[in-house]
Design a protein around this ligand. Structure first.
Ligand code: SF4
Length: 386
């Protein structure tokens, strides 16, 4: 793949406190490292741009974490300006920032709006105080609601909220109550993810030997389907396995990932994909800061991985990720345009077997997951793993 990236992900690996289920690259506290981190990011962005021969204006920028909202609007603006001066921003860019309730207020939300951010992704997870406590979130349901109201008052119209399913002790009623509130508030984009127990996290240690206290898979699936049904009834389009949105509010940035298109990744623990190479930065914050201070020109020292992606892997990634898109699926025409070969020839046996199992179906010139395929998506994905 030779296309220049038009998306950039910027990672902010700082949190007030680690949530009990989280294994993302993020560090609690470390306040003194925040300002140096902004300088390190600027170095990485400028050096990357200087070394990139073909640059196109960025159509999407995603400030993720961690908790980017621990940084001030002026720090966020500084990073956005560096991206603009290094790569340019397109006419109508989507600039998303993740926000955690408990770290923002009405004033800071207005300031983020003025800084150039035009889409917020708010980590709600649940609107039950009991469940929030159980998973170690720092905020209450009231703070989550105030964050949504504050974001709307600040003028954000493009808002996404994250919810979690399959939490210990969670009922379908809990999940639907949270969802109904967000629907009533007119939040136009919603993401819903099942809890996964990640090794090494406090929840893993707590529940590993006591798995019966976790929600059984079939109960989690029932919760998922009830939520999807509610969203459909309210006019949302279930466009990706874990995402639904009102028309016109699909995530443009995440589509870059689902379409296996190239993107830049900046920051400690960030990964990127360009020039047929998958890059991953060190997740050691001290090393990241040190490298960028000592020798900002030597980006290679940041990388813990820089693996070339073969043509076969690119094709498989296109299939594996593309099946997540429930409306678009994987397109024969797009595949041919991108890889110069026929999807039906490259993956003849996989497509035949999955169709016979009623996990995928053909719609016009694309293949999409069936209703059964959504529940057995991992079986479909496995067929395309190299
Ligand atoms: S706020 Fe997000 S990144 Fe930070 S600890 Fe919690 S889940 Fe992890």
């Amino acid at each position: 793949m030779t296309k220049a990236p038009f998306s950039a992900y910027v990672h902010f690996p700082f949190c007030e406190k680690k949530c009990d289920y989280c294994d993302f690259t993020s560090f609690a506290g470390r306040k003194a490292d925040r300002e140096p981190y902004i300088h390190a990011l600027l170095q990485e962005i400028h050096t990357t741009a200087n070394r990139t021969a073909v640059r196109v204006p960025l159509q999407t920028v995603y400030f993720g974490g961690g908790t980017p909202s621990l940084f001030s609007a002026s720090q966020i603006h500084t990073v956005l300006s560096a991206l603009d001066s290094s790569f340019g921003l397109s006419q109508d860019p989507e600039i998303t920032m993740e926000v955690n309730p408990g770290t923002v207020n009405a004033r800071s939300l207005c300031a983020y709006k003025e800084s150039g951010v035009n889409r917020l992704s708010i980590g709600i997870q649940s609107l039950s105080d009991d469940l929030l406590r159980r998973i170690g979130r720092i905020h209450t349901a009231a703070e989550a609601k105030a964050t949504i109201a504050g974001a709307m008052k600040a003028g954000f119209t493009n808002i996404s909220c994250d919810l979690m399913t399959g939490l210990p002790g969670q009922t379908a009623e809990d999940a639907l109550d949270s969802l109904d509130y967000l629907i009533r508030m007119g939040v136009p984009h919603l993401s819903f993810y099942a809890l996964t127990l990640e090794e090494g996290t406090p929840m893993f240690l707590q529940y590993e030997k006591d798995k019966e206290t976790l929600l059984p898979d079939d109960a989690e699936r029932a919760m998922y389907h009830a939520m999807v049904g509610r969203l459909r009834d309210a006019g949302y389009l279930h466009y990706e396995i874990s995402n639904a949105a009102k028309p016109g509010f699909f995530s443009r940035h995440n589509r870059t990932y689902w379409k296996a298109l190239p993107y830049y990744g900046f920051g400690c623990g960030a990964s990127g994909y360009r020039d047929d190479i998958r890059e991953e930065n060190t997740s050691d914050l001290s090393s990241y800061l040190q490298y960028m201070e000592d020798c900002p020109e030597e980006l290679d020292r940041l990388r813990i991985d820089a693996s070339p992606i073969s043509a076969d892997e690119s094709r498989r990634e296109y299939m594996l990720l593309g099946f997540r898109l429930l409306i678009e699926g994987v397109s024969e025409d797009e595949y041919r345009g991108r890889f110069g070969t026929e999807m039906l020839e490259d993956f003849a046996s996989q497509l035949r077997v999955l169709s016979l199992q009623n996990l995928i179906e053909k719609k016009d010139h694309s293949y999409v997951l069936t209703a059964k395929g959504i529940d057995f998506a991992n079986v479909v994905f496995r067929e395309f793993v190299s």
